[in-house]
Each structure stands twice: as structure tokens, then as C-alpha cells.
Write a protein that binds this ligand. Structure first.
Ligand code: ATP
Ligand code: MG
Length: 257
């Protein structure tokens, strides 16, 4: 349905090779917000390797540091201490401009609050990463429309975010994150606003597009219906990794099984 290669790949200028290492490596990563009496330790000395070719689920109670961890991995937040390697590149030492370009070329991010641009229609929102990468508008719109159709929004391409339900906005955000076929896809609660059938469609699409030998996916979730789609579960508590469980997800189990 969605080709695993290529829309605009020729124009994506900065794609490091997958190499022998992990897709993501965190070494002794801490993240603190504020100072002294107001200091919050969101990540406390986290070390974690995530391989290529897998969909990793990140789970744990509210406030345990899940969004912080994936924001550090995606280069949206700087760690207070420690080293962050993504797709073989050391983000900790990467300068601001290069990091923005690296992120644009290689990382797709689905935010917990969707973050759609209110003045753009669904299809315009979904094609933004391709336009930034220099893909011609007609081609970008066609690819975005294809993904929106795959998530059940083929009839809402020209709707603005304010005219869409929460679940519909969430699906636009997912189409936007997948449209440039990023090597690393990071999703924060991508099914929270979706019914069971839409949730399964979205997770199936994420597996189809993003689970490839040279790609990796991290999905933060509270949604047990999503567990069948994961290859590995990373459990967090109080800013730390509590455990990692490999489970070889197929994505075709029954919801809630
Ligand atoms: N910008 C910030 N300033 C201060 N504290 C913050 C900031 N962002 C997060 N925190 C704190 O860091 C901790 C981890 O927050 P985080 O958003 O990573 O949790 P979470 O696991 O994603 O929770 P949820 O499941 O509710 O989304 C929390 O105690 C939170 O209050
Ligand atoms: Mg969160």
C-alpha cells in the first residue's frame, strides 16, 4: 500500500548508514528541570540500547519520564548529562543547525498534543516534512493524501484541524510523521484518542512503513490494545528503566489479548 522506499528520498540529504551499532544508544543520560528547591529529575542515569528493525513500546506511570526520554532521543531536548547516539550519530555533540537538519531528514515525531498547524488543512499539515525536504508540492500533496487515506481520512483532506475530532487530528499527526519515511519514528501516545479499529489501522500502518531493517520505532503508550504491535517493551518508573522485555510482536494479535 505504502512503498517502503523513497518519496523524496533523493532530496533527503543527510541519511547516515545503519552501521553495526544500535539505532538508539543512551549512556548515563540524566535530564533535570529547574534548580535547587524546584529541581525535578525527569531522567536519572538512563542507559539503553534499541536495535534497528523493531517497534519498541515505552510504558510506565504518568510523570515517569517517557515524553522526556523520547524528546531527548529526538533531539528536541538536550540531556543534562550523558551521551545520546541516534542512527550512529552523537546528538550530544551535534551543533544546533546540524541537529535541526538531522532531525528533519531522519526523525518523525508524533506529539502527545498533535501540534498541527491550525491555518493549514489536513493534507497541507501532513505534507510539511516533504516540503521542508524540497519535494515538489504536487508530489508532496499526493504522498500526504495517500497516507491520510490509509488512516481513513481520505474524505477530510481539506479540513482544518479545528474541524476535525481529536482522533482525526491524531491521525493527521501520524500521517505527517510518516510522510517522509523517517529512519527513526517516535510516537507519544499515538492511539490515545482512537477507537479500537482506528488504533489497529494506525499501528498496522506504523509497522508497515517504519519497521524496516534500517529503521526503528519508539511508541509511548498506556494502551494495552497496542501491546501486540511491539517487538520489545521498555518499562520506566521514576525516571529510570525498570526492565526490558523482548516479545516479537507481529501486529496481528487480537486487541487486548
Ligand atoms: N518543561 C518542564 N519543566 C519542569 N518539569 C518538567 C518539564 N517537563 C517535564 N517535567 C517533569 O518531568 C517529569 C517527567 O515528565 P514527562 O512528561 O516525561 O512524563 P511522562 O512519563 O511523559 O508522563 P505522561 O504519561 O503523563 O505523559 C514529571 O515530573 C514532569 O512534571
Ligand atoms: Mg508524556
Amino acid at each position: 500500500m505504502i512503498p517502503a522506499s523513497n518519496a523524496g528520498a533523493a532530496t533527503l540529504s543527510f541519511r547516515p548508514g545503519s552501521g553495526p551499532g544500535p539505532a538508539v544508544r543512551l549512556s548515563g543520560v540524566s535530564k533535570e528541570f529547574g534548580a535547587d528547591a524546584t529541581k525535578t529529575v525527569a531522567l536519572a542515569d538512563v542507559s539503553l540500547d534499541l536495535p534497528y528493525g523493531e517497534l519498541v513500546l515505552l510504558v510506565g506511570p504518568s510523570g515517569c519520564g517517557k515524553t522526556t526520554l523520547i524528546s531527548v532521543v529526538a533531539g528536541l531536548l538536550d540531556a543534562t548529562r550523558g551521551e545520546v547516539e541516534v542512527l550512529g550519530e552523537n546528538l550530544t555533540r551535534m551543533g544546533g543547525g546540524r541537529k535541526v537538519r538531522f532531525r528533519g531528514d531522519n526523525i518523525g515525531f508524533v506529539f502527545q498534543q498533535y501540534n498541527l498547524l491550525p491555518a493549514l488543512t489536513a493534507v497541507e499539515n501532513a505534507c510539511v516534512p516533504l516540503l521542508i525536504a524540497g519535494v515538489p508540492r504536487a508530489k508532496a500533496v499526493a504522498k500526504a493524501a495517500e497516507l491520510l487515506t490509509a488512516v481513513g481520512l481520505g474524505a477530510r483532506l481539506k479540513s482544518y484541524p479545528s474541524q476535525l475530532s481529536g482522533g482525526q487530528q491524531q491521525r493527521v499527526a501520524i500521517a505527517r510523521a510518516l510522510v517522509h519515511e523517517p529512519r527513526l519514528l517516535v510516537c507519544d501516545e499515538p492511539t490515545a484518542a482512537l477507537d479500537a479499529a482506528s488504533g489497529r489501522t494506525v499501528m498496522g500502518l506504523i509497522r508497515e512503513v517504519a519497521v524496516q531493517p534500517d529503521r526503528a520505532v519508539i511508541v509511548v503508550t498506556h494502551d494495552s490494545r497496542v501491546y501486540d504491535f511491539g517487538d520489545r517493551i521498555v518499562k520506566m518508573a521514576d525516571g529510570k528503566i525498570e526492565g526490558v522485555e523482548a516479545k516479537n510482536g507481529t501486529g496481528f494479535g487480537e486487541p487486548g489479548a
